[in-house]
Write a protein that binds this ligand. Structure first.
Ligand SMILES: NC(=O)c1ccc[n+]([C@@H]2O[C@H](COP(=O)([O-])OP(=O)(O)OC[C@H]3O[C@@H](n4cnc5c(N)ncnc54)[C@H](OP(=O)(O)O)[C@@H]3O)[C@@H](O)[C@H]2O)c1
Length: 288
């Protein structure tokens, strides 16, 4: 099983860009979310709630960050890493998590909706539960988490929601219908919310990366189609950097790398040219 370990943490100077901020990150046990937790810690955030379903991984991350940031006496100054086990696809679990955190901490400044997964295969060969499962985590998980923190952000007239979508929110590709649908849904929901939030002091930004070197492709449905981590694939660090900038940016969507935005523009401008190309490319991969 491929286990990319690109997560890095510098021992250097801690910036105070997010000094005093309370940050919630879903899907923090691995890949992009793990790196985002490290980078918020290095940017001066004071409470970082790291969420996933796997407690040991969250605790390992908490220890790693605390060891890195603590001074010589072992004191972690002004930083509290809080592991929180929650399955974001389960509405009641998310409601309980949100209530608990708001009661204990009083507020959340930044919510990073990052938890997600994808599978690979023909729609015709997939069980309906597999398709529903992707939607429940990637789309409804984001909706549930947004709902539990939104009103508190609105009442304080401040807060930032960062939704980790994908370039798959702009290109439907063969073999990933359910995944693309979940990311299109995330983008549509976020765009509507952007307009509703106008003038409220609360912001929303979507980060849409291309392929990233994480455990994402270890899902058994990718089998031998797992990409080799070379060429165009991004590091979690690159995407994390975009997420950190997104959380204090007025922009709606940040595509990573930025030049892929040209491909998205081309697809919507000349779909009859671009769609057949995308179709051929991904069908070839699906048909093996
Ligand atoms: N890798 C890529 O090529 C790529 C490209 C574009 C966008 N993205 C998006 O980036 C996000 C992060 O993915 P990644 O690449 O970092 O993959 P990853 O390494 O597999 O990490 C996925 C994270 O999501 C968590 N998660 C999954 N289901 C969950 C659930 N029901 N409740 C709570 N946490 C859950 C996992 O934790 P547990 O298993 O411990 O719960 C894990 O921490 C996803 O939304 C993905 O769609 C990835």
């Amino acid at each position: 099983m491929t286990t990319p370990t690109d997560n890095t943490v510098g021992k250097g100077h801690i910036q105070k860009k997010f000094g005093g901020k309370f940050v919630v990150i879903t899907g923090a046990s691995s890949g992009i979310g793990r790196q985002v937790a490290i980078d918020f810690a290095m940017s001066g955030a004071s409470k970082i709630i790291i969420i996933s379903r796997t407690e040991p991984k969250l605790i390992e991350l908490q220890r790693m960050i605390e060891q890195t940031i603590s001074d010589d006496s072992g004191i972690t100054k002004g930083l509290d890493i809080i592991p929180y086990v929650c399955d974001v696809s389960r509405r009641q679990e998310v409601i309980a998590m949100g209530r608990d955190l708001l009661q204990k901490l009083g507020r959340i400044d930044i919510l990073v909706n990052n938890a997600g997964f994808g599978t690979f295969g023909y729609v015709g060969g997939q069980e309906i539960e597999e398709i529903e499962g992707i939607m429940h985590t990637n789309y409804f998980g984001m909706v549930y988490c947004t709902k539990v923190f939104l009103n508190s952000m609105l009442s304080r007239r401040t807060g930032h929601i960062v939704n980790v979508a994908s370039v798959a929110a702009s290109f439907g590709v063969a073999g990933m219908a359910a995944y693309c649908a979940s990311k299109y849904a995330m983008l549509g929901f976020s765009e509507s919310l952007l307009h509703e939030l106008h003038g409220t002091g609360v912001r929303i930004t979507v980060v849409s990366p291309i392929g990233v070197k994480t455990n994402f492709f270890n899902n058994k449905t990718f089998l031998d189609r797992r990409p080799n981590y070379t060429g165009l694939m991004l590091s979690p660090k690159t995407v994390s950097r975009a997420i950190i900038s997104a959380s204090c940016s007025p922009r709606f969507e940040i595509v990573v790398p930025f030049y892929i935005r040209a491909a998205i523009w081309l697809k919507y401008t000349l779909p009859y040219l671009v769609n057949p190309l995308v179709g051929t490319l991904f069908r070839r991969q699906l048909n093996g």
